[in-house]
Design a protein around this ligand. Structure first.
Ligand SMILES: Nc1nc2c(ncn2[C@@H]2O[C@H](COP(=O)(O)OP(=O)(O)OP(=O)(O)O)[C@@H](O)[C@H]2O)c(=O)[nH]1
Ligand SMILES: [Mg+2]
Length: 684
């Protein structure tokens, strides 16, 4: 691959609803630009982008894959992202390093949830946006209907630049409204008569939009002068970069129709890294903001947006250079980790392959193997010119499951395997629950977790099962009692003797355990008192009611007796434990359960359903408030009821809703439910 200067680069991210044809479009672009010698197809498992076995098996994209192609003296870096919501983490990191987002929509299904989400991610990152109405060849394809829906949803700055010639089985090619020509099978022709008046009307819309993007043009336009085609193109290009125009293209990826024109327009009209606003960075470790100079002559700065475990080269770090040049066989400063990294051979990524290159220039995307300290989200820069590029905002995990090994002794392999997989995917979380001792894997949805376990098996050779986690209940008391514990064995040889009187009282929530020694006159000798406390603590940890840890009690040791020969630490430990077990059951024991603060964000129309469902889940609504056209509902809800909430919410809102869950406090489990939990614990 040749060296390209920054103004010859185009970084494109393809986003959109699952199955709208992003990957097929990317494959068609690669083939048309001769980056591949045959047209890869998702359905046939030959896609250059969906190459991961997890992807070919399911026929969906799971990872963001980078593939470049060369067209019209430009290098176009295509970032193909997954549409399935479980893999939104991949979309977020890809959007971060793109200069233009291509929101792909299906010509039959039109605007879907994934279309809206794609728009939102791009908007949040101030990325230029264009639409691509794909599948024009499909039965019931309807360009005008989808266009109207896009304009309805995203505003009047959504303007068509192509019109389809024919639809569904009659789809042949496109009318290029800017150039006023028709293109069928790579051949230029005149606009078909039946599309002429429509083409004229849309051209006027384009002229108006282009004029608004440039003050000089606007002046001319308002004075009634006609803009030349070259001026319209200039304004159009500016308008895209400035997010004033959101043009709509169309075609058929599967039939590879219209793709050549689209590639050309990418090179002519889409912003290069030099045409977009310079990104704001923090200077060194200070709070001072500065801007990166986007050209090759700036001080080197790059953002790591992805980490992959490649079977051949090992850990592969993918980055975009924002300023300056990164060279093979050099050193770079990782400012996030405060470490010097030795940089070996640099690569450009082409789907599953890598091609060695001597350098990566400002605006381009590259990769390097075997960095020692670097993780996704880190900034690489010069030690003498330290800057921090705002890191990627990865989504919080939404669904937690307990990982149970199928084979014995696999725990260690599972732990290290999951740690490696987390390096590749920062939207998963792995932790050990200190109460239930389960290994908890959290991700964005059930498919996400399924893919992780499948990788665990293929890459690390361990089979696991996912189970609903246990609820980390706790036990405590509501009443106060005085109780005696006596451990006495005096049959032959040396006996055992320990005897205590305890008072047990409840403490306010969160106070754990308090042990008070009120022994006067040596009823229990000093040397045995630590044993009493130890006996109590051990019993509390094991649980009394249902095997869950006991919390929030005070135990006061106020009396007892001893035997000068038979008493021992062990005997007092046992006596204390006996007293606690008995007294606990007499002191109105209860179970506590974790109660979460849930914040559900949904479109207005789902409010009723969400609140009804939360009520059914023993939730207590705390309040609601509108935000950015959505409603936020806050509630307290027991953890036991919301393990599957991500699945429930998705089905209630078709994926439009979102939520966060944070631990809030422990609360008494209602009687009937507590009985079930206790019965289940006894059965186990
Ligand atoms: N008829 C028709 N089918 C298409 C076209 N483009 C893609 N498809 C089909 O649509 C299905 C989904 O295509 P993909 O390219 O995998 O869609 P995607 O958007 O990448 O899907 P995800 O990665 O799962 O979000 C496949 O069966 C494709 O063959 C097209 O232009 N016309
Ligand atoms: Mg795909």
């Amino acid at each position: 691959m040749k060296n390209y200067s920054s103004n010859q680069l185009r970084n494109l991210v393809l986003v959109g609803h699952g199955g709208c044809g992003k990957t097929m479009l990317a494959d068609a672009m690669l083939f048309t630009a001769k980056a591949t010698d045959r047209l890869g197809k998702v359905d046939e498992g030959t896609s250059v982008l969906d190459y991961d076995p997890e992807e070919t098996k399911r026929k969906i994209s799971i990872n963001t894959v980078v593939a470049p192609c060369e067209y019209n003296s430009c290098k176009i870096n295509i970032l193909d992202t997954p549409g399935f919501f479980d893999f939104i983490g991949e979309v977020k990191s890809a959007v971060k390093v793109a200069d233009t987002g291509v929101i792909v929509a299906c010509a039959v299904s039109g605007v879907e949830v994934g279309t809206e989400k794609g728009w939102r991610f791009l908007e949040e990152n101030d990325v230029a946006r264009v639409f691509y109405i794909n599948k024009m060849d499909r039965e019931n394809a309807n360009f005008r209907k989808v266009l109207a829906a896009l304009q309805d949803k995203f505003g009047s700055r959504v303007v068509p630049v192509y019109l389809p010639i024919g639809e569904a089985e009659n789809f042949q090619g496109i009318v290029d409204l800017i150039r006023g020509k028709a293109y069928i099978n790579g051949k230029e022709g005149e606009i078909p008569a039946e599309l002429e008046s429509e083409a004229k009307e849309y051209y006027h819309q384009l002229v108006e939009a282009a004029a608004e993007a440039d003050d000089d043009l606007l002046g001319k336009y308002l004075e009634g002068e006609e803009l030349t085609p070259a001026e319209v193109m200039t304004g159009f290009k500016k308008g895209i970069a400035a997010r004033l125009i959101f043009p709509v293209f169309c075609g058929s990826a599967l039939q590879n129709k219209g793709i050549d024109r689209f590639l050309l327009d990418i090179t002519e009209f889409f912003p290069s890294p030099l045409d977009v606003e310079a990104i704001k960075v923090r200077k060194g470790l200070s709070d001072e903001e500065t801007e990166l100079s986007p050209g090759a002559d700036g001080a080197t700065a790059a953002l790591v947006f992805k980490t992959m475990a490649d079977p051949f080269v090992g850990k592969l770090t993918l980055f975009r250079v924002y300023s300056g040049v990164l060279k093979s066989d050099s050193h770079i400063w990782n400012v996030t980790r405060n470490q010097d990294e030795r940089v070996g051979q640099l690569f450009v990524i082409k789907g599953k392959n890598q091609e060695p290159v001597s350098q990566i220039t400002a605006g381009d995307i590259g990769a390097v193997a075997k960095l020692q300290y670097t993780e996704t989200g880190d900034t690489l820069c010069l030690k003498e010119n330290q800057v921090i590029i705002p890191p990627i905002d990865f989504p919080q995990p939404k669904l937690s499951m307990a990982v149970v090994p199928k084979g014995k002794g696999d725990e260690e392999k599972i732990g290290s395997g999951l740690a490696r997989l987390r390096e590749e995917d920062p939207s998963i979380k792995v932790e050990k629950d200190t109460t239930t001792h389960e290994l908890i894997l959290s991700g964005l949805g059930d498919l996400h977790l399924e893919v992780i376990t499948s990788k665990l098996q293929k890459k690390f050779g361990v089979e696991v099962e996912l189970k609903t986690p246990k609820v980390p209940y706790k036990e405590t008391i509501k009443g106060t009692v005085k109780v005696e514990g006596k451990h006495k064995k005096q049959s032959g040889g040396r006996g055992q003797y320990g005897h205590v009187w305890l008072e047990l009282e409840p403490l306010p929530t969160g106070n754990g355990f308090e042990f008070v020694d009120k022994i006067f006159g040596g009823a229990v000798p000093k040397q045995y008192i630590p044993a009493v406390e130890k006996g109590l603590r051990e019993t509390m940890e094991e649980g009394i009611l249902a095997g869950y840890p006991v919390v929030d009690i005070r135990a006061t040791l106020y009396d007892g007796s001893y035997h000068s020969v038979d008493s021992s630490e062990m005997a007092f430990k046992i006596a204390a434990s006996m007293a606690l077990k008995k007294g606990f059951m007499d002191a109105k024991p209860i179970l506590l359960e974790p109660v979460m603060l849930i914040e559900v964000t949904v479109p207005e129309e789902f409010m009723g359903d969400i609140m009804g469902d939360l009520n059914k889940k023993r939730g207590r609504i705390l309040g609601m408030e509108p935000q950015d056209g959505m409603q936020i509902i806050r509630a307290h809800v027991p953890l036991a009821e919301v393990f599957q909430y991500s699945i429930d919410l998705r089905s209630m809102t078709q994926g439009r809703g979102d939520f966060t869950l944070t631990f809030d406090h422990y609360e008494e489990v209602p009687g009937n439910i507590a009985e079930e939990v206790i019965a289940a614990a006894k059965a186990e």
